[in-house]
Design a protein around this ligand. Structure first.
Ligand code: GDP
Length: 322
């Protein structure tokens, strides 16, 4: 059988950038026919275990986009094909964007072996993360062997990114006011590597901060399943490039170790299961909310709850007619 989906799949695996952009747009769409086409496409694509998924988080201004661009340019120069995706937790709610509407990573975006996708705007809550997972698979099918997924440390987004990547990095700029104590505990616990950025400003202070963080991280989250010496912290400068090669070598070494020991396969298995559970919940919710009569009943129930005439739990049960 051939159809638009099949043509797109062919162009995608050939590495056609426009096909990749179209496929991601299809996956992000909420139109049922687009969603079906995206699902068919995704089902036809094999899982790759030779492509590295790197998650990055950090407060706005820590230097994430500067760092991703510098790292991405190095990787494409080495022959890698790099994709950059973003989860912007602000965009689905407010229409505004913390990651910024300005075109970011312009140089990387122009590199022939790179693909930079600005964060999707709109979409239902939680939907952005689910669609980003699909985008990762589409990028890999199109030949990208390194996918960087970026988010700001707001809400649950960093936990979501950790749950869809192989290695997770926290970017801090202590000399710009960030520190480990200021970072949310959940993020610190997920981090395999803390990059102390802007080390060019005061290299000695950055190295000291990195050493302190490394000690704190290992106390906070000892990792019996990881190799000796992890989690780590390193001083880098996104603008001068200092430390970036070492950081990449460390990330790659951890990834290879996880792959060779089977830890990566297990991590991805768990991630796919959680993803399935999320899809189930989202579908169950949207179907339940489409139940006949619900829309008409809601305003009255809501008023009764607000006025204290009905308990929220009872109102919710009545909304479904029981
Ligand atoms: P993001 O919000 O985390 O993506 O941060 P940006 O990459 O936009 O960087 C915020 C600011 O910090 C910009 O003005 C960058 O030029 C600057 N910056 C980023 N990395 C470095 C660095 O390594 N050293 C110095 N001195 N400035 C940096």
């Amino acid at each position: 059988m051939s159809g638009p989906g099949e043509d797109l799949a062919e162009a995608l695996v050939r590495g056609d950038r426009r096909a990749l952009a179209r496929a991601i747009t299809l996956a992000e769409s909420s139109r049922p026919d687009h969603r079906r086409a995206a699902e068919r496409l995704l089902s036809a694509l094999p899982e790759r275990d030779d492509a590295l998924r790197l998650g990055l988080t950090g407060t706005p201004g820590a230097g994430k986009s500067t760092l991703i661009e510098a790292l991405g340019l190095r990787l494409v120069a080495e022959g890698h094909r790099v994709a950059v995706l973003a989860i912007d937790p602000s965009s689905s709610r407010s229409g505004g964007s913390i990651l910024g509407d300005k075109t970011r990573m312009e140089r990387l975006a122009r590199a022939p072996r790179a693909f930079v996708r600005p964060s999707p705007s709109g979409g239902e809550t939680g939907g952005v993360a689910r669609r980003t997972r699909e985008a990762i698979r589409l990028c890999e099918a199109a030949g990208h062997d390194v996918t960087l997924v970026e988010t700001v440390g707001v809400g649950q987004s960093e936990v979501q990114v950790a749950a869809m990547t192989d290695v997770f990095v926290l970017v801090l700029a202590p000399l710009g006011g960030d520190d480990l104590q200021g970072a949310k505990r959940g993020i610190v616990e997920e981090a395999d590597l803390v990059l102390v950025n802007k080390a060019d400003r005061d290299p000695e202070a950055a190295r000291r901060a990195a050493a302190d963080y490394a000690a704190a991280l290992r106390l906070l989250r000892p990792r019996p399943h990881d190799p000796e010496g992890w989690p780590r912290a390193m001083a880098v400068s996104a603008t001068s490039g200092e430390g970036l090669d070492e950081a990449w070598s460390a990330i790659r070494a951890l990834w290879l170790w996880r792959r060779d020991t089977g830890a990566l396969a297990e991590r991805r298995r768990v991630q796919r299961r959680l993803w399935f559970e999320e899809e189930l919940r989202a579908l169950a919710l949207s179907r339940a909310l489409a139940a006949p009569g619900l829309r008409e009943a809601l305003p009255g129930l809501q008023a009764a709850v607000e006025e204290g005439r009905l308990s929220p739990a009872e109102a919710a049960r009545r909304a479904f007619g029981s």
